[in-house]
Design a protein around this ligand. Structure first.
Ligand SMILES: *Cc1c(COP(=O)(O)O)cnc(C)c1O
Length: 401
């Protein structure tokens, strides 16, 4: 029989070393729970970076997946299929958008949005050839392609991967004045997360996104909001933009769109932007495949049927209150919205990584981000009792000396 260490050794030997996972080997999941190969049970407070917002192996998603895989899984966009159109309609109606371009992973959808706004810049705004500029926010995370890391401020993401793509300008996240100053006649778009996830659940000042939206409108600049992590109930709304009453020109979706079962992503946007695409201008072999589309439709329907937005608000408030009641010298700040909470750890007292390792030993899975933040983002189906189970263990780790 293979032990945990054997799997880790095997992975270490045959895998590229591009991750630093916690020493846990998982083999089963159900709802908010995960089990490792030794039979130990864990509470999932990570949800695969929000991809598993519906909980592990949601029975209705699993049965949708099995039905569809038995009918038709994949046929490519060389033909139409009888599932994708309803998927596009569902996404657009839920997000208030006009058209959707389906892809598979978050990064691909971000690349798609970059192509859309650049083309809009040339064809509609009249920017001279190859001069289009996109304004991004510092500490952003939009994925790992060469195009995207070209405008990352994290040197770990860039080191050794140049030369990078030109045409991006970075301004501080949450600073509307700097953003407006950075706009030139060649600016085609602003691309930002509404709340920065990988940076450590960083909330912008209230009203910032609304101001950005007004600035974009005034200057004839497209606003593209990356809701890959923040979207689909994570913050208590379908889109985090809704908290600021902002309807951008396009939103980027991914992660939870695939119901925790399958990679599904895409860009949903307003007609004036999405109409820049014509046959041949962009594509993806797997994008819009019937299997992913069927899962995504069900994942979106379940947001309403399982009331995941309401749950995120209620359980997020409960989890936050319980965390605030822990008297710990290690915690500098508790921030977030809905079931998306960052614990900022005082680095003089403890390292976020250490805390995550101790939590894992006690059966709570989280993951540090940027050395000082412990992210708590459980599946949105979590109950009070399950939160209490986790809180007891979190309290133990945060209060031990
Ligand atoms: C995870 C993430 C992405 C990238 O998604 P992948 O599926 O990993 O390519 C893009 N944007 C945001 C905000 C994300 O959190």
């Amino acid at each position: 029989m293979m032990e945990s260490q054997d799997y880790m050794d095997l992975e270490d030997r045959w895998g590229a070393h591009n991750y630093h996972p916690l020493p846990v080997v998982l083999c089963r999941g159900e709802g908010v729970w995960l089990w490792d190969v030794t039979g130990k049970k864990y509470l999932d407070m990570m949800s695969a970076y929000s991809a598993v917002s519906h909980g592990h192996s949601h029975p209705r998603l699993v049965s949708t997946m099995i039905d569809q895989v038995n009918r038709l899984a994949m046929c490519s966009r060389a033909y139409h299929n009888d599932v994708m159109p309803r998927f596009l309609e569902t996404v657009c109606k839920m997000t208030g958008m006009d058209r959707m371009l389906p892809m598979n992973t978050g990064a691909e959808a971000v690349e798609t949005a970059i192509k859309a706004v650049r083309r809009w810049g040339y064809q509609v705004k009249g920017i001279p050839t190859d001069q289009a500029e996109i304004i991004v926010t510092s500490q952003n995370f939009h994925g790992r392609t060469i195009g995207i890391i070209s405008f990352s401020s994290d040197k770990d993401y860039q080191k050794g991967f140049g030369p990078f793509l030109a045409g991006f300008k970075s301004v501080p996240f949450g600073d509307a004045i700097a953003l407006e100053k950075a706009i030139t006649p060649n600016t085609c778009a602003v691309l930002t997360e509404p709340i920065q996830g990988e940076a450590g659940i960083v909330m912008p000042p209230k009203g910032w996104l609304k101001q950005v939206s007004a600035i974009c409108k005034k200057n004839n600049v497209m606003l593209v909001v990356d809701e890959v992590q923040s979207g689909l109930g994570r913050t208590g709304k379908i889109l985090a933009c809704e908290h600021e009453d902002v309807s951008p020109d396009a939103v980027i979706l991914g992660k939870a769109l695939g119901g925790g079962l399958f990679p599904v992503s895409g860009v949903a946007g307003k007609r004036h932007l999405m109409d820049v695409f014509n046959p041949g201008s962009h594509g993806s072999t797997f994008g819009g495949n019937p299997l992913g589309a069927a899962i995504a439709i069900k994942a979106l329907e379940l947001l309403e049927e399982d009331q995941l937005c309401e749950r995120s608000q209620e359980m997020g408030a409960y989890l936050t209150k319980q965390l605030q009641s822990i008297d710990s010298k290690m915690v500098k700040d508790i921030r977030g919205i809905g079931l998306w909470i960052g614990l900022e750890i005082n680095p003089k007292i403890a390292a976020a990584r250490q805390i995550c390792e101790k939590l894992a030993k006690l059966g709570v899975l989280s993951k540090e981000t940027h050395e000082t933040v412990v992210r708590l983002a459980p599946p949105l189906v979590i109950t009070k009792e399950e939160i209490d189970w986790g809180i007891n263990r979190i309290r133990q780790v945060l209060t031990e000396s």
